[in-house]
Design a protein around this ligand. Structure first.
Ligand SMILES: Cc1cc2nc3c(=O)[nH]c(=O)nc-3n(C[C@H](O)[C@H](O)[C@H](O)COP(=O)(O)OP(=O)(O)OC[C@H]3O[C@@H](n4cnc5c(N)ncnc54)[C@H](O)[C@@H]3O)c2cc1C
Length: 282
C-alpha cells in the first residue's frame, strides 16, 4: 500500500494545567463510568481529534486535591517534583468536549485496581481532578477508502469518536473487545460500519486473542485503509505484525498499547518491543 503520510496531520498545542470539578458521574455499563468535568479552568481547552488525550492527576488516597506538576519553560513540558508530594497521573481520552456547555467527558474502565480505576469507582460531583493536555492532535483525513478500528474498553472512547466523525458512506470495519454482552452499548455513526463486539468469555483483561483473530480473519476491503487500534500492549503485538506483513503503511497504521498487563501507568511513548513508532504526547 502506498505512502500516505500526507494524509495524516499532527497539530501540537500549548500545554496547560488545570484543576477541574466533577459535575456528573454516569454509569455507561457495569464496568465503564463517564465522569463529566467542568469549572472555570476548562476555559481555553482544546480538543480536535478522536485520539486526543490528557494526563489526569488524581488526589492521593485520603486527600481531596490532586497534586499537579509544574509547567516548564518552552519545550520542557511538565516538570515533576523530586520530593513528595508526587503527582499521580494516568492517560485518558477526551471522550466529549462541549465548549458551550463547559463540559468534558472522560470514560473510565473499572478494572478493579489502580489509582484511576478506584478513583472513578467512587467519583462524585464536587470532587477535583487535575488535567494536563491534550498536547497534540492527530488528524487523519476522512476520505480513506476504508477504516479499520479496533480496541478494548480503554480504546473505546477513541473508536467511538472516530465513528462519530466518519462521514456517510465511509467504510469501517470495527472490532471491540469487552468482557461480555453487558458491556456493549450503542455507538453513534453515519458511516457504513460493521461493528463486531468480541467477548473475553471469562479470560482476564490482556489475555485474549479475540481481537487478533478477528482482524486476522478479516477480508480486507479494496483500497487504502486508515488503521487505529488501541488496547493492551501484548494483545496488540500480533495484530501489528499481521498488518505489517500484509503491507499496511506504518504512517497510516496506528496500533497503540494503552496499558500493559502487570504494569502500573504504562508510558505509551515507550516503543513496544516491535514498535519504534512515536505517538503524540498528552
Ligand atoms: C493515550 C491513552 C489514552 C487512554 N484512554 C483511556 C480511556 O479513555 N479510558 C480508560 O479507561 N483508559 C484509557 N487509557 C488506559 C489507562 O491509562 C490505563 O488503563 C491506566 O493504567 C489505568 O490506570 P489505573 O490507575 O486504573 O491502573 P494502573 O495503576 O496503571 O495499573 C494497575 C494494574 O491494573 C492493570 N490495568 C491497567 N489498566 C487496565 C485495564 N483497562 N484492564 C485491566 N487491568 C488494567 C495494570 O496492568 C496494573 O497491573 C488510555 C491510555 C493511553 C496511553
Amino acid at each position: 500500500m502506498s505512502d500516505n503520510a500526507h494524509r495524516i496531520t499532527t497539530v501540537y498545542h500549548d500545554l496547560a494545567l488545570r484543576t477541574l470539578e466533577v459535575l456528573r458521574v454516569t454509569r455507561i455499563t457495569p464496568r465503564m463510568v463517564r465522569v463529566t468535568l467542568g469549572g472555570p479552568e476548562l476555559a481555553g481547552f482544546i480538543d480536535q481529534a478522536p485520539a486526543d488525550h490528557v494526563k489526569a492527576f488524581f488526589p492521593a488516597p485520603g486527600e481531596t486535591e490532586p497534586v499537579l506538576p509544574l509547567l516548564g519553560d518552552d519545550d520542557e513540558g511538565l516538570v515533576f517534583p523530586d520530593s513528595p508530594p508526587y503527582p499521580i497521573s494516568r492517560d485518558y481520552t477526551t471522550r466529549r468536549f462541549d465548549r458551550e456547555a463547559g463540559e468534558l467527558d472522560l470514560d473510565f474502565v473499572l478494572h478493579g485496581s489502580g489509582v484511576a480505576s478506584v478513583w472513578a469507582e467512587q467519583a462524585a460531583p464536587g470532587q477535583k481532578l487535575g488535567l494536563a493536555g491534550p498536547r497534540g492532535s492527530v488528524l487523519a483525513d476522512l476520505d480513506f477508502d476504508w477504516y479499520l478500528l479496533g480496541c478494548d474498553e480503554t480504546g473505546l472512547p477513541g473508536v467511538s469518536r472516530y465513528l462519530e466523525i466518519l462521514p456517510e458512506g465511509a467504510v469501517a470495519k470495527v472490532f471491540v473487545l469487552v468482557d461480555d454482552a453487558a458491556e456493549e452499548h450503542h455507538l453513534e455513526t453515519r458511516a457504513n460500519a460493521d461493528i463486531v463486539w468480541l467477548h473475553r468469555d471469562g479470560r482476564a483483561h490482556g489475555d485474549s486473542d479475540r481481537l487478533f483473530t478477528a482482524i486476522r480473519d478479516l477480508e480486507f476491503p479494496p483500497g487504502v485503509p486508515y488503521v487505529w487500534i488501541a488496547g493492551e500492549a501484548g494483545e496488540l503485538r500480533p495484530i501489528r505484525r499481521h498488518l505489517r506483513a500484509a503491507g499496511f503503511d506504518r504512517e497510516i497504521t496506528d496500533v497503540d498499547g494503552y496499558w500493559k498487563r502487570g504494569t502500573v501507568n504504562l508510558d505509551h511513548h515507550e516503543p513496544d518491543e516491535d514498535d519504534e513508532e512515536e505517538t503524540v504526547a498528552g
